[in-house]
Design a protein around this ligand. Structure first.
Ligand code: UGA
Length: 450
């Protein structure tokens, strides 16, 4: 990059999915002019009508505000947008789903990269936001050299650490920003973009591309391994009569262990932990690096999702005549995302065993209906979707709580007293005090607190 080159601060974001939309909207909120491009014209129409296709607290407010101020635009034609806007930064935020073998499918990323190189007509910095396997920046750089573009183009890997349901806050008040690249000027240019969000003191780590790429997979592996750790402890607690809620507190009081991601439940889900750990394992396999630890995190998680199956079958040996209420399909609260949600495994197994289920979720039922349509082997005639949590309780013999939505914790006494004629409460998120539910006259089973 030429000395003293300061790229235009105009930004194009390729991909209006979760990461692209949140990142683009936040960058616009910070004062940049941002153009988000997605080849899905229907999604772009929806956004141009002022509707947000995902549920994410705070997102719709900053999208509407930035559009009003003339700083955020949506387009479906990448080539045209690049030619007209001539951005200084192009963020690549397209999906990188996992393949059936666990590897990460980067086809969309490489297609977007080719699309950018075909149309770019000025010096620019390509910021890779998509989660990618280690070595992707190096592959992109090789492609770039082959194309011998007349422009100065630099690639920076900039992993995202956005939690669904908290993504806007995580972008605007990050705990750190990681930038991986080979050009110190390009790294500094991207660093300047992030300056407004790190004024509170969050560090910016500038490093090489492989380190940045691996740091993203490592962060998710570290967090997921804590969840599997506490879930493993919960399994044993159940058998020896220990209380995992107390063990959580005891562990958290040790500053070496730390206080977060030690909450036992039905296992982790979402589009990130499962995919990124599989990606980590596959990378290790391809490079002949043993990965027993990362594999164990996944194995424990699969066991965890099925924790309640045996106890439910033991309590209700005639599934064909038994209806269960299931509260929560989203993989966690504050999102309508059901990808890899442990509830899906639960519903699949329970209905296959013969149970009928009445399912409620405050946000995720539309995604659940879509999933049912795409998953024909799940007996959908055994599934009723309920628009209220109380409706799900009517006629049910047991309540299974699978997502810790706050509304499931509030008013549980009234819900159970007025609508529930069943006998058992299976609390997959340890939302209730066992004693309290037992005092209400129900048989309580939580996670790791037998
Ligand atoms: C995760 C990371 O937390 C983000 O930093 C990262 O950017 C993101 O993946 C990503 O790679 O894009 P997310 O998948 O939105 O974010 O969800 P988390 O809030 O981290 O929860 C993941 C799963 O773990 C959920 O199913 C949650 O219920 C479960 N979990 C989490 C537990 O069971 N126990 C815990 O103590 C914490």
């Amino acid at each position: 990059m030429k000395d003293g080159f300061f790229p235009s601060s105009d930004i194009v974001v390729v991909g209006a999915g979760y990461v692209g939309l949140v990142s683009g909207a936040c960058l616009a909120h910070l004062g940049n002019k941002v153009h988000i491009v997605d080849s899905n014209a229907q999604k772009i129409d929806t956004l141009n009508r002022g509707q947000i296709p995902i549920f994410e607290p705070g997102l719709s407010e900053i999208v509407l505000e930035s559009r009003k101020k003339g700083r955020l635009f949506f387009h479906s034609d990448l080539s045209e947008t690049l030619k007209i806007q001539k951005p200084g930064f192009i963020f690549l935020a397209v999906g990188t789903p996992d393949r059936p073998d666990g590897s990460c499918n980067t086809d969309f990323l490489f297609a977007a990269f080719d699309g950018v190189l075909d149309s770019v007509s000025q010096d620019t910095i390509l910021v890779v936001k998509s989660t990618v396997p280690v070595g992707t920046s190096s592959e992109l750089n090789k492609k770039l050299q082959k194309k011998s573009s007349p422009y100065n183009i630099h690639i920076i890997n900039n992993p995202e650490f956005l939690k669904e349901g908290h993504a806007v806050e995580d972008f605007l008040r990050p705990e750190r920003v990681v930038l991986g690249g080979n050009s110190s000027e390009a790294l500094s240019a991207v660093e300047r973009l992030y300056e407004p969000v790190v004024r509170g003191g969050a560090p910016i780590f500038k490093t090489d591309p492989a380190t940045a790429e691996l740091s993203k997979l490592s962060a998710n592996l570290a967090l997921a391994s804590r969840v599997s750790l506490i879930n493993q402890i919960a399994q044993l607690s159940d058998v020896v009569g220990a209380n995992v809620r107390d063990i959580e507190k005891i562990l958290k009081s040790d500053s070496r262990i730390g206080g977060k991601y030690l909450y036992a439940g039905l296992g982790f889900g979402g589009s990130c932990f499962p995919k990124d750990i599989k990606n980590f394992v596959t990378l290790c396999k391809n490079l002949e690096v043993p990965s027993p630890f990362a594999q164990a995190v996944l194995v424990q998680n699969e066991i965890q999702k099925k924790t309640f199956l045996k106890p439910i079958l033991n309590a209700f040996p005639k599934p064909e005549v038994t209806t269960l209420a299931i509260w929560g399909v989203a993989f966690k609260p504050n999102t309508d995302d059901i990808r890899e949600s442990p509830t899906l495994v639960l519903i699949e197994e329970l209905t296959r065993a013969g149970f009928s289920v009445k399912v409620h979720d405050p946000k995720a039922l539309p995604s659940f209906s879509e999933w049912l349509n795409q998953t024909p082997h799940v007996p959908s005639h055994k599934i009723t979707q309920c628009s209220t949590k109380e409706d799900a309780l009517l006629g049910a013999k047991a309540l299974v709580v699978a997502t810790e939505w706050p509304e499931y914790a509030q008013g549980i006494e009234l819900s159970l007293k007025n609508y529930f004629k069943g006998t058992h409460v299976f609390d997959g998120k340890n939302l209730y005090k066992p004693k309290h539910i037992r005092e209400l006259g129900f048989i309580y089973r939580g996670i790791g607190q037998s």
